[in-house]
Design a protein around this ligand. Structure first.
Ligand code: NI
Length: 168
């Protein structure tokens, strides 16, 4: 396993549409292992293959709730509700922005053995799944941010302050 370089905003590869994976080769297995290592090293909750420079429909998510998710050729088949909150991306380091997304999502895809799988999520998990799937079509959350991008540290401090105020 090895850490891969995370491509950042402005890198053209992040705007390209990724190709379907047809079979799991040793090279793709190595890519997936490297993606997990790279995501954990960067303390992210999700990563898509184009973020490490590979235009294939592979994404991973681990919000720390249960088993890490790896999805191949994922597609959204259902959404419900709405949530608005701050979102970040390893390709846009140090920044967050307010994004409105569905509060629930159901995704069909394949696991690392190319077995069909169904993954459902709400709240952060839904947000992460949709965010990573959008990477596979060359889209970044910055395209749908409401207002300006904020400094991640400032936004966290602001959120903490709002929580303290609501406790009064
Ligand atoms: Ni991202």
């Amino acid at each position: 396993m090895a850490l891969r370089t995370i491509r950042t905003l402005g890198d053209e590869i992040l705007t390209k549409k990724c190709k379907d994976v047809k079979e799991i080769t040793p090279r793709i297995n190595e890519l997936i292992d490297d993606m997990f290592e790279t995501m954990y090293d960067a303390e992210g909750v999700g990563l898509a293959a184009p973020q490490v420079g590979v235009l294939k429909r592979i994404m991973i998510v681990d919000i720390g709730d249960d088993a890490p998710i790896c999805l191949i050729n994922p597609r959204i088949v259902d959404t419900d509700g709405e949530q608005t909150g701050n979102e970040g991306c390893l390709s846009v380091p140090g920044k967050v922005g307010k994004v409105t997304r569905p509060n629930y999502v159901k995704v069909l895809g394949f696991d690392r053995e190319m077995k069909p799988v169904e993954v459902e999520g709400t709240e952060l998990k839904a947000r992460a799944l949709i965010h990573e799937i959008e990477h596979l079509d060359g889209h970044l959350y910055t395209e749908k941010v409401e207002g300006a991008l904020m400094d991640a540290e400032e936004a966290a401090a602001q959120e903490e302050e709002e929580m303290i105020q609501s406790d009064d």
